[in-house]
Design a binder for this molecule. Sequence first.
Ligand SMILES: [Zn+2]
Length: 196
Amino acid sequence: MSHLFDAPEGLRMARQELSVHDFTDGWTLFRKLALADTLNFTFWFNTAFRAIIHMQDSDHYIQSSDAAALGLPLFLRIYTVRQEIELHRKALACQLPTFLISPACNTEDICKDAWASAWFEYFALRLVHPDEPVCDRDILIEMESHSNWPDLCEFCHIDNVRDLRSMYPNPFDGEECIIRRALGEPEDDAIMIDDE
Ligand SMILES: [Zn+2]
């Protein structure tokens, strides 16, 4: 209760006490988030917020006791971000990434079809999977594996995935940008693409 009164020593001790415990020991993420919010402990808040956002619906997601611990404003903040991410994944899944035939390709028609087939029959479905959807950045990582692109020649695979990674702004950074915006963090830092 120290935060409700002018009790800096009590607040300091509370933060110190919380800091020495393992972050995941004992308390649910929802209680941790609520407490970090109360104590204005940014690191804890952001860490718990991200962990909750990345929980799968099948992972014992928000129960009524969790919602009670969070309170309505925090609950709505999480709900809104998860909705934004879901919409982003759906939009990404519907849009076939741009494909350009590699100058070294000898199988143009096959590669063009192979690109669309792999996207809509594999990657897009993983983005919007009902139980275990995969986040945008992990999809981009999966795209780097040639074995996930049946019938696509190696030249087209290398050239097009390289082009996708170097896009700016990059649609596969969308989820990180949504989370950073919600946390008030600079979105420019969200860019992971490093074409080295
Ligand atoms: Zn090709």
